[in-house]
Every structure is written in structure tokens, then in C-alpha cells.
Design a protein around this ligand. Sequence first.
Ligand code: PGA
Length: 245
Amino acid sequence: MKIIHANDYAGMCRKAANIISAQIILFPNSVIGLATGSTPVGVYRQLIEWYRKDDLDFSTVHTVNLDEYCGISPDHPQSYRYYMNQNFFKDVNIPAGNTNLPNGLAEDFDMECTRYDHLISELGGIDLQLLGIGHNGHIGFNEPNEAYGKMTHRIQLKQSTVDANARFFEDSSQVPRYALTMGIRAIMQAQKIVMVANGEDKAEILYRAVYGPVTPSVPASIIQLHPDVTIVADTAALRKFPTET
Ligand code: PGA
């Protein structure tokens, strides 16, 4: 596992964007696994900037997002489809048909989860997966649990996640209680994982994910078992890490 230290949020975003950018320049047909949340916003902004400078071309890239809320439409401002369109897709030349998220409005969620897993397989798996980390250790919406959810599945969000995401909604009663999330298998089968984290409030969970036991009660801890993980984090989020990292 590589730990890349950035001085601040802007530095974290540039460094993570550099890794994604290198992947796309070297392998223009890459399948990139994308994440939502507040942490990656600046990463997307940076990639857009380089695209505008003609340093990046997304025309043959495919993307698969980690998750989507159940029950809200793609044009709802808090849906992850809307987030991705607004924060990234609309500003780069990725063909709309190359971008994929689970469908939170599917009539049959089991079928939708199976479709999503097949789609990832048909694309040949994920070349680089970008991950954030939730305050409770979730990756995607793989919430703390007694066992890992291997495949794409529907999950009931923990109250802590509802509370954490309430800031994006009018109030916490508006936060969907269920989501579809890519499972641990597709994440762990990605060729590379890049996890981004910033801020003091991520220090404890990031430390537990990297130095604690591998356990589904801290889902992100599974990445300790992945052969190619890069964590890009700022000084505040790395506060608990031993100084040699
Ligand atoms: P955040 O979310 O970037 O908004 O902190 C991270 C996550 O839940 O994965």
C-alpha cells in the first residue's frame, strides 16, 4: 500500500487526479470506477481543467460509479447521477453511454444489481477504482456489517450515514434510506484502488481502515488485502499515521 501525503485538500485533489490522469493517458480505454461525496469534487475539477487544456481525452473511457440512492430520479439534485453529470460528465468529452451508475428507480432491485455486476464484467472489470471513505468506514455504500456484501446489492443506510448525508438535503427526513451499491468483489477485483481522504474528521477512521483489523465492521479495512492501493490524503487525515508514512 502506498500512502501519498498532501499538504491540503487542493494538493490531495491534484495528486489523485494525476494518478487517474496517468491511467487514462497510458490506457485510453480504461474503465474507471468513480465515487461521489464531497471529497472527490476537487479531483473532478482538476481533471476537467486538464481536459480543457487538451491534456486529457475521455472519449474512450468507460466509468462505473459505486452507488446510487434508491427512490430518487436521476435529475434529483441529490441523486448520484445528477452529481456526476454536474461535477464531471457535463464538462468532459465522455460519451453519455459510457457512463454507468446503478438505477435507483429500477422496478426490480435484484435484477438491477445483477445487471450492474454483469455490466462490470462485460467491461472487463475496473482498471482504477476511486474511493472515498465514510466516517463509519463505508466504501461505496458498503456499510459496517457482520459480513461483506460481495456483489452489487441494495442496502439500508446506517443512521450515521443518513446523518452525514443530511447536509446535502433539506433535512434528514429527505435522505433516502436505501441505496444500491457495488459490492466488495468488484471493488477488490479492480486493478488499482485510489482512496482519497481529507480533514481531521477522517483521521480516526482512515487509521482504523489501514492499521486496524480487516473486518466488515470497518468495510474499508478490506483494502489492506488489495495488491495495489494508493491512499492520497492530507495532513489532517493522516494525523494518526506513524510518521514514516
Ligand atoms: P464524503 O463521503 O467525501 O462526503 O466525506 C465519503 C464517503 O461517504 O464515501
